[in-house]
Design a protein around this ligand. Structure first.
Ligand SMILES: NC(=O)c1ccc[n+]([C@@H]2O[C@H](COP(=O)([O-])OP(=O)(O)OC[C@H]3O[C@@H](n4cnc5c(N)ncnc54)[C@H](OP(=O)(O)O)[C@@H]3O)[C@@H](O)[C@H]2O)c1
Length: 234
């Protein structure tokens, strides 16, 4: 008997690391629930979903919008979800100092990068509880690590540090239910956010992340885990 594919939700699946993760998970035989806030403009994602060899469904989700997230959750009621990948994120600016920091922009970064993964995770908890794998993978960043010595990008670094801590706590709280909650560093990746001068391409990052997501167990999730499997300090 053919086994039904595992279902994985990937946010921000229309470009960058999210699109590359969608390609890799679909190739690996998963059914990808690929979310984008403007799906009609997600040309590459639509092309992928239209090809026969990929198992991709596209959903309109703005992760910052309560109604949008709840509508998505309603659409998938009763569907077991094996993995939730919180990938959507923003970086406002590298140039921020105490003299010119923009707190409105800071709050927006916290909303997208920290609060939205929590909002989505809460909305799809019934689905994750029905899944066999029960994994939540957050595409975080080493830029949020307290070990880091680089400066600037205050809002972004803070948003990822807060995401890591909050998700680490959820991981501890949900361990008895069999959940694995992990905070991942995708590398410095050539995307709109990472820039063309970044270290690695999206395929290298996404293939590494897929392997890490599949193999990480609750007990391993005590650190940020890199796309190459290396552990990095919170
Ligand atoms: N690139 C790197 O070097 C790097 C390093 C460390 C961590 N990361 C993390 O990796 C993740 C992906 O980054 P990336 O480099 O692929 O960035 P990207 O190319 O700028 O793509 C960001 C994605 O997030 C989506 N997004 C932003 N706000 C959203 C919202 N409110 N609702 C739904 N989707 C939203 C974007 O959708 P739209 O197209 O609609 O804007 C886009 O799909 C982020 O969490 C980022 O912090 C990246």
């Amino acid at each position: 008997m053919q086994k039904s594919p595992k279902n994985v939700i990937i946010t921000g699946a229309n470009r960058g690391i999210g699109l590359a993760l969608t390609i890799q998970f679909a190739k690996a035989g998963y059914h990808v629930l690929a979310t984008a806030r403007k799906p009609l403009q997600a040309v590459k994602l639509i092309e992928l979903a239209d090809t026969d060899e990929h198992n991709i469904s596209i959903f309109k989700v703005d992760v910052t919008n309560k109604m949008s997230v709840n509508n998505f959750a309603k659409t998938i009621i009763g569907m077991p979800i094996d993995i939730l990948i919180n990938n959507a994120g923003i970086l406002d600016t590298y140039n921020s100092s105490i003299d010119d920091i923009d707190l409105v922009s800071f709050a927006e970064v916290l909303t997208v990068n920290t609060l939205s993964p929590i909002r989505l995770m809460r909305a799809v908890m019934p689905n994750l509880r029905l899944g066999n794998t029960k994994k939540v993978a957050n595409i975080s960043s080493f830029m949020g690590s307290f070990e880091g010595t680089s400066t600037g990008a205050h809002a972004y670094r803070t948003s990822k540090a807060a995401l890591n801590r909050s998700m680490q706590i959820f991981g501890l709280e949900l361990a008895d239910e069999g959940f694995t909650v992990m905070n991942l560093h995708p590398g410095w990746v050539q995307t709109d956010m990472g820039g063309p001068q970044a270290d690695i391409d999206v395929t290298t990052s996404a293939t590494g992340l897929l392997k890490v997501i599949e193999t990480t167990k609750a007990a391993d999730a005590k650190h940020i885990i890199g796309y190459n499997g290396k552990t990095l300090s919170y």
